[in-house]
Design a protein around this ligand. Sequence first.
Ligand SMILES: [Zn+2]
Length: 239
Amino acid sequence: MSDITPFDLHRMVVGDVPLWFAAEIAVRTAVMYLYALGAVRLVSRRAIGQLSLVEFLLIIALGSAVGDPMFYPDVPLLHGMVVVTVVVAMNRGITELLNRSETVERVVEGRPLTLVSDGRMVPDEMDQAELNREMLFSLLRVEGVRHLGEVGGVWMEQKGVLSLDRLDPDDHRPGLRTMPPWDVETPDRVGAGDRAGADGALGCDRCGEVRWVQAGDALPACPTCGGDSWADAVRTPDD
Ligand SMILES: [Zn+2]
């Protein structure tokens, strides 16, 4: 690289390749963009944070296209500009399609996931959101939710944020408690087949299905999800 002549305009702008190699770069960029669009769907929403998937893709696609021509002598400016132009054009195109078609939106960005419905967790949807109970409860604590009976529903939006349907205090039902964290204070648990130690409400460990029991009742497996462990549920936030 010592034979580089600084400010050699031909090398800076076009490089040591035929001018029309820029066309190949445009095609490569389009293919990589679409490939990445498919692949990024598999990245968890929380990893992407507040950005939409298309915004996230725009940022990673522009990253090296902008940076590389800045300091690699063998990456000419033209090639970087072709990539930036194609990426921005594809972003415009995809955004336009997303705004026009709900089908495209569902394919590209997915749909909101129902994590909690009627005070019960929805294990299948939680799997899709790559959330286990601890992670979900941690997200709910951040929102100030003390137990599952406080919310009618919880959804994870396409942007990775939670939306909550908080119930009026009068409508609170018994539910698995989220506060304090179970790692800090483990709730009492009863296994399926064992007998309840006291009267009260118990929630299925796995889905949060609530069951009223009296001391001495034998506990079944959870009728909703087949879970085999029950934890103390709270009746109201003040319990
Ligand atoms: Zn269950």
